[in-house]
Design a protein. Structure first.
Length: 203
């Protein structure tokens, strides 16, 4: 309930900002981010599209749009959106990570590893990229490297468990509160499952 309340408060804040300044693309982008976390993908996509109609050079909105399209398995459209984001901001680690996810889904693993490496060059503690990298290593049966990547996920995640820390305050709501977030909890569980499978394959 507390997490839902924070989402509602964030939406109310963006709505107020848009009432005061209807053409504020950044507020529409922020609204899209919150709606995406709430899994209201159609509403999020509409918010990103509105933001981009007002400000086509808003890299974060292209990245957000890519994330929604990736979730919807519209891989070509997602890759187009990530490419637009990176053309505007080549150092946007989240967009490189998105490319890595698309390439992993398409089983284009060399390109996936290259994209994850780019993401981690610009943001070395980007958990999503380490997690995606680990998954890709599992797919190509490079289990030792998968374990290394998953261990890095867990090390990077320690910061989330410190409520009120500066870094946690800068993260999306669902990431800043991992112990209450089904998505991140599921990821930690999947890491443990893969650790067991990899250990079994060694013996």
């Amino acid at each position: 309930m507390a997490l839902l309340k924070r989402h509602d408060e964030a939406l109310a804040a963006y709505d107020k900002a848009l009432t005061l300044k209807p053409g504020l693309a950044e507020a529409l982008n922020g609204r899209g981010n919150v709606l995406a976390e709430l899994k209201r993908r159609d509403d999020a996509l509409a918010a990103y599209d509105q933001a981009l109609a007002l400000k086509p050079a808003l890299a974060d909105a292209w990245n957000g749009r890519g994330n929604i399209l990736l979730d919807d398995k519209r891989y070509a459209d997602a890759l187009f959106a990530y490419d637009k984001a990176l053309a505007l901001r080549p150092t946007l680690a989240q967009a490189w990570n998105g490319c890595g996810c698309v390439f992993t889904e398409l089983r284009r693993f060399d390109e996936a590893f290259a994209a994850y490496d780019r993401a981690l060059t610009f943001e070395p503690d980007l958990v999503e990229a380490w997690y995606g990298r680990g998954n890709a290593f599992v797919e190509v049966k490079r289990y030792e490297e998968a374990l290394t990547a998953y261990d890095r996920v867990c090390r990077c995640s320690l910061i989330w468990r410190k409520p009120g820390s500066a870094a946690a305050m800068c993260l999306p709501i669902s990431i800043a509160m991992p112990t209450r977030c089904p998505v991140m909890t599921g990821r930690f569980r999947s890491i443990e499952i893969w650790r067991k499978r990899i250990s079994t394959s060694r013996s």
